[in-house]
Design a protein around this ligand. Structure first.
Ligand SMILES: Nc1ncnc2c1ncn2[C@@H]1O[C@H](COP(=O)(O)OP(=O)(O)OP(=O)(O)O)[C@@H](O)[C@H]1O
Ligand SMILES: [Mg+2]
Length: 345
């Protein structure tokens, strides 16, 4: 590896963007980009033009706030990226690349994960955005990156439960094709919406925001029959009160299981029969949603009627995609990168 070449792997997620760099840096930011609404707002942020991540979410009242990957063309079929979204995606990528602290003037080769079934238009947005700060960019399938990073590439099925989508991908030693991939939209954001609906129905007097609901879920998420009791605080007419929402959290989290098992079963059933058993026993569960307690077991239970299976949950869901993309980038022959040179100034 030449000294002045730095390799990066990026997982450009709806809710979080992570980067792993060949210099050892690993960083994650929430995928929010905010632009101060006026001069007063800009002053509040110390004169900065762009605010990122958690700080942007928390300061949203003074910002034009974007969660640019949510509903973007790369994540959602048929979506079209308008210029402001494109700019926010570009700013987000520039921000995470800057976090990698790569010396000025160095050459950067970047591998960016995208959902298994990303559209051509969506990928074009990412390539264009990334080419502003990365010398050569390759987009790879996100589940493939996760599995590659963990050396799980043969007869493996990866389930990546993100915020916007749950992506499933069958791997058999080569790059996955469209028929190897399935996506459904019951993922983290949908669980938040379902949970919000259930809370509203059972406790109409409680006041809450979707961010509060997400934090309840992240604290107590479980599909285990013996889950911890979930008691949360929400105001009623401005006064904090405690509510028990254990059953509601279970129900909302469990909505993930049926569509995921259906997609799994579909991918297994249409695979070479000789290798179906091996694939069933090589299921890798990743993404932020994979930390829901008992999820691996619940999927195994649901697979029982189709002949059973074994689910392994990845250890570091936050970095599994970025680390895998980096490993893939490092293993790519140098000539390959030359073909993907961007127009970085
Ligand atoms: N402890 C937890 N329990 C349940 N869900 C969680 C937990 N921690 C994070 N999540 C959820 O995981 C989701 C984010 O996962 P991840 O970071 O893999 O998504 P992403 O890569 O940004 O999204 P996508 O892949 O859809 O673009 C969010 O919906 C978040 O609420
Ligand atoms: Mg993801």
């Amino acid at each position: 590896m030449a000294d002045n070449i730095f390799y990066i792997g990026i997982d450009l997620g709806t809710s979080r963007t992570s980067i792993s760099c060949s210099n050892g840096v690993r960083e994650t930011v929430w995928s929010y980009v905010g632009y101060p609404k006026d001069h007063v707002a800009k002053k509040k942020f110390g004169g900065r033009d762009i605010i990122y991540g958690k700080e942007a979410l928390e300061g949203r009242l003074a910002l034009d706030l974007f969660r640019p990957m949510a509903g973007s063309a790369v994540k959602q079929k048929g979506a079209v990226d308008d210029p402001r979204r494109k700019q926010a995606i570009k700013d987000l990528i520039q921000h995470v690349v800057a976090l990698a602290k790569i010396p000025t003037g160095a050459t950067i080769y970047g591998m960016i994960g995208s959902p298994a079934e990303a559209s051509v238009e969506g990928k074009a947005t990412i390539l264009e955005a990334a080419s502003s700060c990365i010398d050569s960019v390759i987009i790879c399938s996100e589940p493939y990156a996760v599995a590659y990073g963990l050396d799980f590439i043969d007869n493996t099925l990866v389930i990546d439960i993100g915020a916007g989508t749950t992506d499933l991908c069958r791997l058999h030693g080569t790059m996955p094709k469209p028929e190897d991939q399935r996506t459904h939209e019951v993922a983290g954001d949908a669980i938040d919406q379902t949970l919000a609906g259930l809370i509203k129905e059972k406790h109409p007097e409680a006041q809450f925001s979707i961010n509060m609901v997400r934090s309840f879920k992240e604290k107590y998420s479980s599909v285990s029959k013996n889950m911890d009791r979930a008691t949360v605080e929400m105001p009623v007419a401005g006064k904090p009160q405690k509510f028990e929402i254990t059953e509601l959290i279970y129900k909302a989290c469990y909505t993930l299981v049926p569509p995921t098992v259906a997609a799994l079963q579909d991918l297994i059933a249409s695979y070479d029969p000789e290798y179906q058993a091996q694939m069933r026993n090589n299921i890798l569960l990743g993404g932020g949603g994979s930390v829901i307690k008992g999820l691996g077991l619940a999927i195994e239970d649901a697979l029982e009627e189709y002949g059973g299976g074994k689910v392994t949950t990845v250890e570091e869901p936050q970095y599994a995609g970025a680390n895998g993309a980096l490993k893939f980038a490092l293993d790519m022959p140098p000539e390959f990168w030359h073909e993907f040179k961007s127009a970085k100034a």
